[in-house]
Design a protein around this ligand. Structure first.
Ligand code: GAF
Length: 441
């Protein structure tokens, strides 16, 4: 039996101290404040955010911390414990699409996007000020757990506070959910334009707007959100996260290709997003009818198949999005009305929904990987109520809904399956719904 490797979140105090020490070592002075933002897992609603669907993510206890001090000029300087070496410095005028590369694009892109969205301006017309930053993170990197969004959002709350420090009349955006939604918009812009990843906004929204103890439903048509009580712990369950350690990347073209395929399908159907092709509360029959219409249009030659796609791959994209909208709606329905506890049948149904989502992402959307499939198969075989990949896919992490007393056994079974398949050892953590980006000290 393979001993599973656990990666619990270090305690906040240690992380704050680590960010402060890095700041001191790098810049030779004390930081003004420390901010942090969480990584996330998505329970259900995968690859639907950029299709106008609803997502159901939760924030992880694993966070990215940034120690900060203002500068006299407008430049931004950053050091990271994950990227040892001299700090990197930039002038805001040098930040533009295509001009910043690598991990610093997730940092420098944020003040650029905040300036672009006029988020620095207060009563006195303050611009986004310059700053020195030192970063430490416990969000596993490249694990599909939104380390990029955690970095962007920690930097966003830091610059928000710096701008309000310069101008006492400027309201702190982080003090309201509406303001946080505006910061999320800036972080999405930074990721799309400066980091060059055409992601959909779920990750930044949960990192900035999470509510401790709850999952969040986010309707990505307008990014309205509400907390939902899916209290796995009170039901004696756990949400196990399996980091396959197979690196996941969103900037290598496969994610963008899926998104372009969906956008093209929406254009062909003359709707803003694929979600808009469905009614407000669609049924299984509605989805089947739409798929028949889609097939008929393809067969008659009325449906163009964009370059790089095939009839089968395009059908897989639309089928995944529409069925995932149904699965998400079912999940939200299970936990919206039920007086707690939702009861065993609800948990068993949630398990089936997770399984259905994974099968659809593997077969229709084709964003799974051998490691993710192995993790999901082993978790299910070891007694998980359901399991699926989470996040963008192509490597990264899976989640499994397990009885608390089975958590260790399920983790061991997955670790065994990885060893048998010749994969490197996976790592495990528990998803406990945690709080949003904040000022720590
Ligand atoms: C990644 C993206 F960043 C999100 O926007 C979302 O599309 C997700 O993949 C898939 O649901 O995390």
């Amino acid at each position: 039996m393979t001993e599973p490797v656990w990666k619990p979140a270090p305690n906040a105090r240690e992380q704050i101290d680590a960010a402060r020490s890095l700041f001191r070592e790098t810049y030779g002075s004390e930081p003004w404040a420390v901010f942090s933002a969480p990584g996330r897992v998505n329970l259900i609603g995968e690859h639907v955010d950029y299709n106008g669907g609803t997502v159901v993510p939760l924030a992880l206890p694993h966070r990215t911390y940034v120690a900060v001090a203002p500068r006299e000029d407008r430049r931004v300087r950053v050091a990271s414990a994950e990227e040892p070496g001299d700090p990197v410095i930039t002038n805001p005028d040098d930040v533009a699409p295509g001009r910043v590369h690598g991990w610093t694009s997730y940092v420098f892109g944020v003040p650029w996007a905040m300036a672009h969205e006029s988020l620095g301006s207060g009563a006195n017309g303050v611009e986004i000020p310059g700053a020195d930053l030192a970063i430490c993170s416990s969000v596993p990197l490249g694990a599909g757990l939104s380390s990029s969004a955690a970095l962007e959002c920690s930097v966003a709350v830091a610059f928000d506070a710096l701008a309000s420090r310069e101008d006492a009349d400027r309201p702190l955006l982080a003090s309201s959910d509406e303001g946080r939604a505006r910061l999320a918009t800036a972080c999405i812009l930074a990721e799309n334009e400066i980091a060059g990843a055409s992601t959909g906004g779920m990750d930044q929204s949960i990192s900035l707007r999470a509510q401790e103890g709850s999952v969040l439903t986010i309707d990505c048509r307008d990014f309205s959100s509400r907390p939902l009580q899916i209290d796995v712990a009170s039901a004696g369950l756990s949400l196990l996260v399996i980091d396959t350690r197979a690196p996941h990347r969103l900037v290598d073209g496969q994610y963008a290709k899926r998104r372009e395929g969906c956008d093209s399908a929406a254009r062909a159907l003359d709707v803003p997003t694929l979600r808009d092709a469905l009614d407000e509360a669609p049924t299984e029959d509605d989805v089947q009818r739409l798929l028949r219409e889609w097939d008929a249009a393809v067969e008659s030659g009325a449906q163009d198949i964009p370059a790089g796609h095939t009839e089968a791959s395009m059908r897989g994209l639309v089928r995944h999005v529409w069925t995932e909208v149904l699965r998400t709606q079912k999940c939200v329905g299970l936990f919206s009305d039920a007086e707690p506890p939702a009861g065993d049948p609800a948990w068993a149904s949630l398990g089936e929904i997770l399984n259905g989502s994974h099968d659809s992402l593997r077969d229709d959307y084709r964003v799974s990987s051998p490691e993710l499939d192995a993790a999901v198969d082993a978790a299910r075989a070891a007694g998980a109520l359901g399991a699926r990949m989470t996040g963008g896919g192509f490597g990264g992490s899976a989640i499994a809904l397990v009885r608390r007393e089975h958590m260790e056994a399920v983790a061991s079974a997955v670790a065994d399956a990885f060893a048998d398949a010749g994969f490197g050892p996976p790592e495990f953590l528990e998803a406990l719904p945690s709080g949003a980006a904040r000022r720590d000290v």
